[in-house]
Design a protein around this ligand. Structure first.
Ligand code: ADP
Ligand code: MG
Length: 275
């Protein structure tokens, strides 16, 4: 298959999402300068599943997530070994454009980061400009409604699409960020502690959104909330960086196995809050 980036751009902006894609990390090691922070991490994040990345602070979860959509390349001094495959295609292949990798693998951060002075409407379609996708006014209106609806925000904001994104509550801003990610039709959505800054009601709304989205977008979520990992994920990977060693996966598997009968006692202790 051709890796020409233009062939991977969205062709039908109001059509169906791209087919569900699997993301595979193969033996990923990462450094910041001389400091090794990940050691040979391999993980397959299956199409149509929610994979939760869990583990204590500092064990490399956010770094790993950034590597999955090439945001890692923006950090000065960061280097990397290993491969990331999106449906068997090398995400780091030299012929691939970085914007294409980021379009196919979207990211939602811990702190909601809509463009605060930009309208809700313009926030949703902001990514289209960045990826060079041109669509007409009607298609754009339909896309805004569709993405806000998928993010569970349409009913709340339909009458104020021209209000600034920054005027929304924290939970609404996070759902706006999800809508913005969806507008470029990603095949995978990465979420780095998306609910850590939110109240319990907003957290529930995001979790409901995740449960609905996974039918069309493969999801990888970092969470420190074990109840949340149990509620939203099918698969879990437990990261640990013990005694100054680089972060590595201790164990991964189906969420119920990871919670009820993991192989490693450290996994059991961590998921049951005994760390
Ligand atoms: P987690 O998300 O699991 O808390 P991180 O991926 O943020 O872990 O961090 C893993 C390690 O990498 C930590 O030791 C952290 O200090 C280091 N690190 C993270 N980001 C940077 C950076 N931009 N520059 C240098 N070191 C970093
Ligand atoms: Mg982190």
């Amino acid at each position: 298959m051709s890796l020409d980036s233009t062939s991977l751009m969205p062709t039908a902006p109001t059509g169906p999402y791209g087919s569900l894609a699997a993301l595979e990390a193969r033996s990923i090691s990462a450094w910041f300068g001389q400091h090794k922070v990940l050691d040979r991490v391999s993980l397959t994040m299956a199409a149509g599943e929610v994979t939760a990345l869990i583990g204590p602070s500092g064990c490399g979860k956010s770094t790993f997530l950034r590597i999955l959509n090439r945001m890692h390349e923006l950090i000065p001094g960061a280097s990397l070994a290993g491969e990331v495959l999106l449906d068997d295609q090398d995400l780091y292949a030299p012929v691939r454009r970085i914007t294409d990798a980021r379009r196919q693998v979207g990211m939602v951060f811990q702190k909601p980061n809509p463009f605060p002075t930009m309208s809700i409407y313009d926030n949703v379609v902001a990514g289209l400009r960045l990826t060079g996708t041109r669509i007409g006014r009607d298609a754009r209106d339909a896309l805004v409604e569709e993405c806000l609806a998928k993010a569970g925000l349409w009913k709340e904001v339909r009458d104020r699409l021209r209000s600034p994104g920054g005027a929304l509550s924290g939970g609404q801003q996070q759902r706006l960020c999800i809508a913005r990610s969806l507008a470029v039709r990603p095949r995978v959505l990465l979420m780095d502690e998306p609910c850590s800054a939110l109240d319990p009601t907003s957290t529930r709304r995001i979790e409901e959104t995740i449960a609905e989205l996974v039918a069309e977008v493969t999801i990888v979520i970092v969470t420190h909330n074990m109840q949340q990992a149990a509620r939203v994920s099918n698969q879990c990977a437990f990261f640990l960086a013990e005694h100054g060693t680089p972060g590595a996966i201790v164990e991964h598997g189906p969420t119920e196995v990871m919670f009820d009968s993991p192989q490693d006692s450290r996994t059991y202790d961590y998921v049951h809050g005994r760390f």
